[in-house]
Design a protein around this ligand. Structure first.
Ligand SMILES: Cc1ncc(COP(=O)(O)O)c(C=O)c1O
Length: 393
């Protein structure tokens, strides 16, 4: 309360946001590391690589050429063209530049898509486990989260039956995220088609977060939801970005492609919010999107090897079980046999054997922890060995 007015200082919606439950773990891990403790970091949410040099060079060139001023709010024309080319090349999707909005990371793209679509009281269907920012974004828009709990037996996927049961007259948006953070599961073409059909038939928009599209392993394929049936394009907002595929997390480059009305509304919103993404970062995105497939493939291969390694190492730990991930860089591990809840497990494994990982509860799934394999093979072996002997005790 402010003393003079006795009104709450904090806006109601902001006050409703949950503080990040993972922050304590991450801060503690950093503190231990600074003290010289050998912490194994299984908590990372980003590739552990530097941005490839050609992308950096494009930004350096742009700076030298004086590209230091405002650009159009929704992005430079050449970047929007490069995104349109990417959507056509990789996803068989045709978008006009005015349907594309460049955002400050994919996080901003999801946030603005939700702001544009969701009104006070609208319901947003969020399959759980979920990326922990979705529910907070829905709250910020005044919407209501309708969580649909999926099971390990269903590979953490929302089924058509579960979706149908969650739909009400207030349903406005369904969030899909394949490949998924935190589970690494990837929906098949048939699964995505059926779910999207149900949503579209009920007049529900789909926000499809495809940020992990390029981190996909074995014979698994990624399908852009909007491309599955021609009519889907009128109801699907495709979110993507450069962070994960091109090791560019710090650059803050994301985008979405949407029906024109939605893109226009998002453009007005962004006019009064962030305006454009950093001017000289945009040519780096053009370079990555046009010429970065070799770099993206290298990254994918490294992650694929790490995935195989962590799976075989975790299989040697009888106290845990998990669904093998087909994409992203996470394994969502069932820890119920330990008798600890996910927060206790995460705190104790950090304190006792110095492994940082993220509890499942903030992802809407108690009884699990998220292990990231965005770390070296040496660390993967070291960390899983430590975990094995710790759990034995
Ligand atoms: C599922 C998901 N969507 C979006 C993002 C945000 O990505 P960006 O760094 O481009 O904002 C993340 C990052 O962790 C994510 O896991």
């Amino acid at each position: 309360m402010s003393a003079e007015t006795s009104k709450p200082a904090i806006n109601r919606r902001v006050a409703s946001l949950s503080p990040s439950a993972t922050l304590a773990i991450t801060a503690k891990a950093k503190q231990l590391k600074n003290q010289g403790v050998d912490v194994v970091n299984f908590a990372g949410g980003e590739p552990d690589f530097d941005t490839p040099q050609p992308f950096k060079d494009a930004a350096i060139r742009a700076l030298k050429e004086g590209m230091t001023r405002y650009t159009p709010t929704t992005g430079l024309p050449q970047l929007k063209e490069a995104i349109a080319e990417k959507l056509k090349r990789d996803n068989q999707l045709e978008y006009k530049p005015e349907q594309i909005v460049v955002t400050v990371g994919a996080k901003h793209a999801v946030f603005n898509a939700i702001q544009v679509l969701v009104d006070e009281g609208d319901e947003v269907i969020v399959p759980a486990p979920y990326w922990l920012s979705y529910p907070e974004m829905v709250k910020m828009a005044g919407g209501r989260n309708v969580f649909v709990t999926t099971s390990e037996e269903q590979r953490f996927k929302i089924t058509p039956e579960l979706l149908k049961r969650a739909i009400s007259p207030a349903s406005k948006v369904l969030i899909l995220n394949s490949p998924s953070n935190p589970t690494g599961v990837v929906y098949s073409k048939e699964e995505l088609t059926e779910l999207t059909r149900i949503a579209v038939d009920h007049g529900i928009f789909v926000v499809s977060d495809e940020i992990y599209e390029k981190l996909i392993y074995g014979n698994t394929k990624h399908y852009a939801v909007a491309a599955l049936e021609p009519r889907f394009k009128d109801s699907v907002i495709t979110v993507n970005g450069l962070s994960k595929a091109y090791a560019m997390t710090g650059w803050r480059l994301g985008y979405f492609a949407a029906p024109l009305e939605i893109a226009k509304a998002a453009s007005s919103l962004q006019d009064h919010q962030t305006s454009n993404v950093t001017s000289f970062a945009q040519p780096a995105a053009v370079e990555a999107l046009r010429n970065g497939e070799g770099e993206a493939a290298k990254l994918r291969e490294i992650f694929s090897n790490r995935r195989d390694l962590i799976i075989s190492e975790l299989r040697r730990i009888p106290q845990v079980r998990f669904v093998e991930p087909d994409g992203a860089f996470y394994v969502f591990v069932n820890i119920t046999k330990s008798g600890l809840n996910s927060m206790e497990f995460s705190q104790r494994i950090l304190e006792e054997v110095h492994i940082a990982l993220i509890p499942g509860s903030p992802f809407g799934a108690e009884g699990y922890v998220r292990i990231s394999f965005a770390t070296s093979e040496r660390e993967i072996v070291k960390g899983t060995e430590r975990m094995r002997s710790w759990l034995k005790k």
